[in-house]
Write a protein that binds this ligand. Sequence first.
Ligand code: SF4
Ligand code: SF4
Length: 325
Amino acid sequence: MGRDVLNLAIGLGATCSGCDVTIVDLAEYLPKVLSSVNIVFWPTAADLKLKDLEAMGDGSIDLALYHGAIVNEENAEIARLLRRKSKLMVAFGSCACFGGIPGLANLAAKDILLETVYGTPSTDNPRGIKPQGEAVVGGYRMAVPKRLDAVLPLSGVAEVDYSIPGCPPQTSQVRDAFKAILSGNLPPKGSIIGPAKNLCDECPRKREEKSIPKIVRSHEIIADQERCLLDQGLLCMGPATRAGCGAKCIKANMRCEGCMGPPDGVRDQGAKMLSTIASILGLEGEDRMSEEEVARLMEGIADPVGLLYLFSLPSSILRRKLGEV
Ligand code: SF4
Ligand code: SF4
């Protein structure tokens, strides 16, 4: 890009806005490297409406960052519009890159989701009211955007030039991405900006065991701070997760949950982790084990999808559940 003034847009879909906090963290950095940053669209921070975005010329935005998953028709419309108006479109954060935590909604049909949120005893909703497509309130027509059949990553509705994963992305990682974008020294389009290797490669812990006798959950042990968590039976997602986060969870004695998504060369994060688990549990010789032994070993995985695809279900080879079998 090689320029001194940047027209920047930040779009959002189904988001917790944690990614906005990382963008705010760039406030000290960007003025050092640019004489001017024009934020032309950022609904979180500025009163800019869809019609303002519609009025901009095609290709007039230098860089669009989009965070959050694509859950409804409005998310998809804004993503497509931003794409048309922007020279570079970046999927920012793991929800935009892979579908993220909102993507776990792909485990249930739309009506079941609504029933779960509005119709179960944990919700104070005595009249059983559910969101309507349209309603007239005080003479004004109000509409709730229509939910899509499945949660999608940004690439499901718009062409993505680059992806910056993380939940949220680390500030240092985003600075490196901006340096590359501003200098024009970019990897091939479609690349993920970040290290290609997996988290184990940057993890400071000692890895010794080739196999473990059983899986344990975080509340069952106080993990040794020096040894690999997987060696201690905790299902750390490090072998199936891209490096670049600085191993912050590991340094806090917590297992990696996989928020950076799969490293280069891994198509499906969950499948890669499943194969690692099978290997360390000796399940590769499953045909030599009794059903009881296999069941006992697998007992430690209380929530397989929540473990293996916490951040990546919509972009996995599974993508969504179609129904009960
Ligand atoms: S990637 Fe994480 S921080 Fe960003 S919007 Fe999604 S859940 Fe929030
Ligand atoms: S499995 Fe986890 S704790 Fe073990 S080396 Fe990899 S990232 Fe570190």
